[in-house]
Design a protein around this ligand. Structure first.
Ligand SMILES: [Zn+2]
Length: 295
């Protein structure tokens, strides 16, 4: 009987898929895009929990007690920082998170912009694939520290990911090359694409500021409609995370059609942008197609 029990236990230990997963490093990430980059670097050695999922808005998110419970079981918590997760200080205080908080934008130069007359830091660094390369290295460093046996594995994967991003940057420049600088103007809901615009020479206009929490003023909206009419901008987009109504109203009043949506601060539930690499390709394709119509 005892022998049987031992054999049974051994069979369970080798047969159970949970056995392999038990050895994975449990980590968490604040939002879907970051979660995907952590998965790209961490591969089979990590299990990633995501707080703010696909098509959800990180700016307006409110952590639930269930989220706090999920978070507490993870060794590392990856966040964007730069004020992107406005709820983070409150969460850290209330959750007594026992693991290590890793800010992936650390060491990267942030851009600032004027929002409602105030100079603010733009947190949307993940829209610049060049900066995402450094974010991947920061992620690899944090994973290696928590799981030293996987250091080479993480370094290899980060290098591969950097290579994929380099290829994408070359590809994006080719897509955009036929579009004259004067035509590279786009309207979206909120100021999420400043880094992308800086990298690829595109000017983004938005009725809302760097956060979707701020309301667009009637004066800003009226100004945008005037700008669209005067400049002949045809590239007008909604975003997957925000309410489309404001952009639709502006497009209607300015007598232009909405070109569809861009993926700003989250991956998609549909198959269009389920990884960061896909999200970036989708956005560049959509932007290039729409900007061709600008006069
Ligand atoms: Zn945003």
């Amino acid at each position: 009987m005892a022998v049987f029990a031992v054999i049974f236990a051994l069979v369970l230990a080798f047969a159970s898929p949970a056995h392999a997963q038990d050895t994975r490093l449990p980590v968490s990430a604040s939002f879907s895009i970051l979660s995907d980059i952590v998965k790209a670097v961490g591969g089979d050695r990590v299990d990633v929990i995501t707080l703010v999922g696909p098509d959800q808005d990180t700016h307006t998110y409110e952590p639930t007690p269930a989220d706090v419970a999920k978070l507490s079981g993870t060794k590392l918590f990856f966040v964007n920082g730069l004020g992107f997760e406005g709820w983070l200080p409150r969460l850290m205080k209330s959750s007594h998170y026992p693991g290590e908080l890793v800010t992936v934008t650390k060491g990267l130069k942030a851009r600032t912009m004027v929002d409602d007359g105030k100079t603010v830091t733009d947190p949307h660094m993940f829209q610049d694939p060049e900066r995402v390369k450094t974010m991947a290295d920061n992620i690899a460093a944090a994973l290696s520290k928590a799981d030293p046996a996987g250091a080479n594995y993480y370094a290899d994967r980060a290098r591969n990911y950097r290579g994929a991003l380099d290829d994408l940057i070359v590809w994006a420049n080719k897509q955009l090359a036929p579009i004259a600088p004067a035509r590279r103007v786009v309207l979206t809901s909120h100021d999420a694409f400043g880094y992308l615009g800086q990298r690829f020479g595109i000017k983004f206009l938005a009725p809302e500021g760097v956060s979707t929490e701020s309301e667009a003023s009637a004066k800003d909206v009226a100004n945008l409609i005037r700008v669209i009419r005067r400049t002949g901008i045809k590239a007008v987009f909604m975003e997957n995370i925000s309410n489309p109504r404001l952009v639709q109203r502006i497009a209607h009043d300015a007598k232009v059609t909405v070109d569809g949506k861009l993926y700003s601060d989250a991956l998609s539930k549909n198959p269009e942008a389920t990884t960061y690499l896909q999200l970036f390709q989708y956005n560049i394709r959509a932007l290039a197609a729409a900007m061709k119509d600008n006069r």
